[in-house]
Design a protein around this ligand. Structure first.
Ligand code: FAD
Length: 367
């Protein structure tokens, strides 16, 4: 259990039970979950909160068992179930609309992808002709399946989480880089930043793709770059579903924006976009939905997913007392946010996590 310590700022005494490193969607949502359990939390963010991977994401809440490691499926499905309530609460607290859509996903892929998966084929069979379900799609030879997945607007989500956190009185130190940890009697006792020191009995590493940059328990995370673009169609509801193919995916928003993604690149911490890659994604999207040729190009960007060697997140306590990690969410961090916030808040407060997180322990990389 984390017990608060006092910090003296002139005459004001400020105390925190937990310091969260990183103000992305994972860090902000966890800070809210901890605050709900009565803890005082400080989020330390190097830049502006919510402007890294969480801002770059497409927002698919994709828990399709064919597309994620088997070990993650149960946790992912649990998080997907938590989403409506999670969004409802954040919308209430922030007054923002997070564009949670439940039109579902059309998965277009080669039939051989499903060999031996007859139960999947039966369960996710398209029940109406494709031309009725998604009229703008070009005719296709691919097998098409319907997945009952939702999508959300990650930029709105992270902005709402920031607003809700501030509203609750969670402290946020923006523009402050954590450079090291404070230790006392063999346990973590706070963080050292480029500006000052912040003591606290518990520290959680939610630094996304940068989680492995601290010397403590050196985390085996790496950045995996993803480039994307957004277009706007004058045609209302041109694309209704999320559409995923092996080459490209489309994620429509209710305001007419259509996101087109994405690449998976091992490019270190380079976040630059590359014109030919963006062009390739754009052309793949136009082949899928020819009317996108007329759509207005809005912006292109790149973000860094927090990857791990086995594509699974790292969640829970570490061998260093007082030090916790919630990172490595790779392609599914938006989806996994509600369940991550819940299990981590439980673990940090000494309660049962409520889900089996043994597969996600940092220990799997240390033995
Ligand atoms: C192109 C793209 C598309 C994606 N699409 C989806 C999707 O459709 N669905 C889905 O579920 N997921 C998706 N993801 C993955 C998802 O975005 C991430 O898994 C998730 O955002 C990770 O959240 P995070 O809070 O851990 O990381 P981040 O949002 O990157 O936050 C980490 C924060 O830590 C801060 N930080 C780093 N180092 C320090 C330090 N030393 N001191 C203080 N602060 C520090 C950073 O500045 C940053 O703000 C996508 C990712 C990308 C890039």
């Amino acid at each position: 259990m984390c017990l608060a310590v006092a910090v003296f700022y002139n005459v004001t005494v400020k105390t925190w039970d937990v310091i969260v490193i990183g103000g992305g969607i994972i860090g902000l949502s966890l800070s809210i979950a901890l605050h709900k359990r009565g803890l005082h939390v400080l989020v330390v963010e190097r830049g502006e909160p919510g402007r890294e991977a969480s801002y770059a994401a497409a927002g698919m809440l994709a828990d399709c068992p064919l597309e994620m490691p088997a070990a993650l499926q149960t946790l992912a499905a649990a998080s997907a179930r938590m989403y409506p309530e999670f969004v409802h609460e954040l919308q209430d607290e922030s007054g923002m609309n997070l564009d949670l859509r439940d039109q579902g996903t059309l998965l277009l892929t080669a039939p051989e992808h499903f060999l031996g998966r007859t139960e999947f084929v039966t369960e996710h069979k398209l029940l109406a002709p494709l031309a009725e379900v998604e009229p703008a799609l070009a005719p296709t030879e691919a097998s098409v399946f319907y997945l009952k997945e939702r999508s959300v607007d990650p930029r709105a989500l992270v902005a709402a989480a920031l607003k809700a956190a501030k509203h609750r009185g969670i402290d946020i130190s923006s523009g402050t880089t954590v450079t090291d940890f404070i230790f006392s009697s063999g346990r973590v006792a706070g963080v050292i930043t480029d500006k000052t020191k912040y003591p606290a009995p518990c520290v959680v590493n939610c630094a996304g793709a940068w989680s492995g940059t601290f010397s403590i328990n050196r985390l085996p995370t790496r950045p995996v770059k993803g480039q994307m673009l957004a277009v706007a169609s004058a045609q209302h509801n041109l694309v209704r579903h999320v559409i995923r193919t092996p080459d490209v995916y489309l994620v429509p928003r209710t305001n007419g924006r259509i996101l087109i993604g994405s690449t998976l690149e091992e490019a270190g911490f380079d976040k630059r976009t590359d014109a030919s890659t963006i062009q390739r994604l754009h052309q793949a999207a136009i082949r899928l939905v020819p009317a996108l040729k007329e759509a207005l190009m809005l912006e292109a960007w790149a973000g860094l997913r927090p990857g791990t060697a086995d594509d699974l997140p790292i969640l829970g306590a570490t061998t260093t007392p007082g030090y916790f990690v919630a990172t490595g969410h790779f392609r599914d961090g938006i989806l996994l946010t509600p369940v991550t916030a819940h299990v981590m808040a439980q673990v940090i407060t000494g309660a049962p996590p409520g889900h089996d997180i043994a597969n996600f322990s940092l220990l799997r990389f240390q033995t």
